[in-house]
Design a protein around this ligand. Sequence first.
Ligand code: KIV
Length: 291
Amino acid sequence: MSNTAKRVTVPAIRAMKSRQRIGMLTAYDYPSAKAVDTAGADIILVGDSLGMVVLGYPDTLSVTVDDMIHHTRAVARGVNHALIVGDMPYLSYHVSIEETVQNAGRFIQAGAHTVKIEGGKPSRIKTIEALIDAEIPVMGHIGLTPQSVNALGGFKVQGKGSDEARRLIEEAIALAAAGCFSLVLECVPTALAAFITERLSIPTIGIGAGPACDGQVLVFHDVLGLYDGMKPKFVRRYAELGEEMQKALTVFLDDIRAGRFPDETTESFHSGTREDLDRLYGSGGVVVPIK
Ligand code: KIV
């Protein structure tokens, strides 16, 4: 699909529920956003996963609102078609509702159309209602919420036992009732994701949540083989661009050292001859500048 179709909207994403599978990818800068948009993504998430795949942190907890705004602006410049979701980072929606609305407003002013926040406990529901009241559409995110990595004890599948499954079902229902336009389910068992998907009137978007979700999302660098920090079971690599990049850069540096780059004819500019320059400036040895 090309990206010549008109802009994807929040109501359009809602309307895709059970009709058309939603394709979502992350992007973090102008070229990645342009590539994902041109490929036909419905939603582009400026994910706080950029902390790991772009900024080199071990998790997402060090990412700031300023980091996210910088990357959201770059993504917005590369997108004509997809709905842009800005991922609110750790501590940007945890302190107060006022601060949350202001931080979310910065994402919208940077070019995002909606924001995503993690978690579904009662305090989060109030925050989401305040954002929606401020005309900011919200995508929810439950299951493995990476900003809770310390509380969860690692990047682990969530919702395995019956208590956990019940808690996630209740959170999903509460998030939909609060007005979220869609919900990311990360690392939850397939049957639970299918059950939640059937129960909700909003689309679910899975990452490690099996095939029954209304849509799927993966991280740009994982799909293209550009990140080797960790490879979760749910990732499918469609290319090994990291290896290709390494090969190309090594050959380039070899070419410089062997004198094969640049080529005299095709990669260089010409005006006049060596004799012209000798006539202009003399043909002596090295000229030492006088201080
Ligand atoms: O930050 C991110 O990339 C995400 C997706 C994996 C859902 O939250």
